[in-house]
Design a protein around this ligand. Sequence first.
Ligand code: MF3
Ligand code: CO
Length: 250
Amino acid sequence: MAIVCKSASEIEKMGHSGHIVRQVLDHVRALVAPGVTTMDLERAADKMIRELGAKPAFKGYYDYPCVLCTSVNEEIVHGIPSEKRVLKEGDIVSIDCGVVLDGYYGDAAITVPVGNGVKPEIKKLLDVTEASLYRGIEQARIGNCVGDVGAAVQEHVEAAGFSVVREFVGHGIGTRLHEEPQVPNFGSRGHGAKLREGMVLAIEPMVNYGKPETRVLGDKWTAVTADGSCSAHFEHCVAVTKEGPVILTQ
Ligand code: MF3
Ligand code: CO
């Protein structure tokens, strides 16, 4: 499958999906507190997605069971919400949400501190990961390459002493959740697919406090850091336009 470029009206529709994802993430973020379970977050998101007239994108995708991915501490991505997972003071939780509205997908993620007890170095991990996302977004310009996005993310992360995950990557998005191209959070400038007008990329740095290696738990979904260090994840969908990068998930 080739990379699909979107028309202005398709990008507008993706802005509507993206706006719903953002509203859900804002709502769920406000619920995060010690004593709340990741299933509480799941229920709130499920309800809100439907109230806003959209459908969840993750539930049923390769048999994934939920509308959110909720990944706590050393969990990188694809943590499955559970009644048994009670958030506690000092944890971090990444919340990843995707929806489809009128045939077009939106996908975004944030990582949120639980309570006020998150260690300063872990708070820095969150800040650096979010800033690296914006470094990547800044490169989503006509004539640049996918490698320019990855290199910008990687340079920012590694300058701070953290590491980027290699096994999971960002992606094109449109009438499917995952389209070409893959968008790694590492790379070299001037390499990879050329960015053209109308491409929409889900850029999603996953950043480990310690070493980059990962493994997947026995539930076949939850990806964790091999060294047990904390991991953060932020994601936006971004359209490549004549006016420069346009974030669709704000
Ligand atoms: N944002 C993630 C991704 O783009 C979430 C996918 S979870 C899945 O891969 F369950 F849908 F696979
Ligand atoms: Co994604």
